[in-house]
Design a protein. Structure first.
Length: 145
């Protein structure tokens, strides 16, 4: 029997169970809080009349994405949200309507649907201040339109 092989298998098993435990605790709301430099808030449903708002803090800057039936925009604030300045609109916002917005790893993710039921997922990177399409699903919004 190879002791190093046994040790390697034990480490893999321990790693698997630690990862599984972290995922379960995270889903149950028991995971540790996010660090102070990553603050996020999410409010509302993008398809409602009131719309949705997602805010993320990256270092000393707040970014806020908001969407409603009227349109969508991304704003930026360097003074803790006291004043906001419009920075950009999401690419394709004339043909795609945001249905959901969230924040993952300091990036704003927006899921949008067009009138034909196609889903487009775009990500805003605050460090580069650019939008990038990361996914497109034909018919992915058929139940949302």
């Amino acid at each position: 029997m190879n002791p190093s092989g046994t040790k390697q298998t034990a480490c893999r098993a321990l790693g698997f169970w630690c990862l599984t435990g972290f995922v379960v605790l995270g889903m149950a709301g028991c995971a540790p809080e996010q660090p102070g430099w990553l603050q996020r808030t999410t409010h509302g449903d993008c398809t409602s009349v009131l719309g949705c708002t997602v805010t993320v803090r990256v270092k000393d800057t707040l970014f806020r994405f908001s969407a409603s039936n009227v349109g969508s925009q991304l704003e930026e604030s360097r003074n803790n949200g006291e004043q906001w300045s419009a920075r950009t609109t999401i690419p394709g916002s004339r043909t795609y309507r945001p249905v959901q917005a969230s924040v993952i790893n300091q990036r704003i993710l927006v899921q949008s649907c067009d009138v034909n039921g196609h889903l487009k997922v775009q990500r805003f990177n605050p460090k580069t201040r650019r939008w990038k399409q990361i996914r497109y699903v034909t018919g992915g919004c058929s139940s949302r339109v």
